[in-house]
Design a protein around this ligand. Sequence first.
Ligand SMILES: Nc1ncnc2c1ncn2[C@@H]1O[C@H](COP(=O)(O)OP(=O)(O)OP(=O)(O)O)[C@@H](O)[C@H]1O
Ligand SMILES: [Mg+2]
Length: 239
Amino acid sequence: MANAVQAIGASKTYGEGRIAVQALKPTDLTIPLGQICFLVGPSGSGKTTLLSLIGCVLRPTAGRVVLFGDAVSERRERDLPDLRLALVGFVFQGHNLIASLSALDNVALPLRLTGTPSLEARQRAAHLLDAVGLGKELARKPAALSGGQKQRVAIARALVGTPPLLLADEPTASLDAAAGRHVVELMVELSRKMRVTPIIVTHDNRIFDLAERIVQLEDGRIVADSLTAAAGGAVGSAT
Ligand SMILES: Nc1ncnc2c1ncn2[C@@H]1O[C@H](COP(=O)(O)OP(=O)(O)OP(=O)(O)O)[C@@H](O)[C@H]1O
Ligand SMILES: [Mg+2]
């Protein structure tokens, strides 16, 4: 199977000298195309840092990050925004929707920014909102949506450009258990349908059964890495 993500000895140190913090120690991680991978671990263990390296938000201090065979860590800093647009859909802890725009226009926005004509962008946005169960709420602004609904709009926005990677950083943090589970179920289901590779950071062990693989971080390193029953029956080490 081809790989979506490879980190090869990738590390990240924030700051320099006496204030330097090595948030991620040299890390190897390979994620095959389409694998449903959760990143878990205590606060400060490096989950967001690792996700940021994979998402071309940060470049590693040392080591390499390869996405779909492309050594993105070797690209120039100024190329990172374009790489992100092409490769990554993000879902954050807060939904980061624009308050003055309808659900439809929020989802259409990434397409408009990359030059898709308005009508086509809105048609694709409507299709994605329908897929997350919000086909009747297209005209609503974020303030008129529940937390779970807002997070579903954020999922539609992340996927509307059909990026090959979907990265979510604690997408359930502001939701109750049922809404949180529903949001992650939707991400998993749409990822399978759209052939997207999702990587989801979560603290919520009640939804670990939705993962095919669970990578656990502690103190800036991977301390456990296992396939789950959802990975096709095989339970064991992933490396
Ligand atoms: N911009 C930064 N500058 C300096 N140190 C940072 C920065 N971002 C993170 N850190 C430090 O790096 C370490 C890892 O942080 P990271 O945000 O990756 O952890 P996390 O696992 O996502 O934690 P949480 O579950 O609380 O979100 C922590 O010690 C943190 O304080
Ligand atoms: Mg974090």
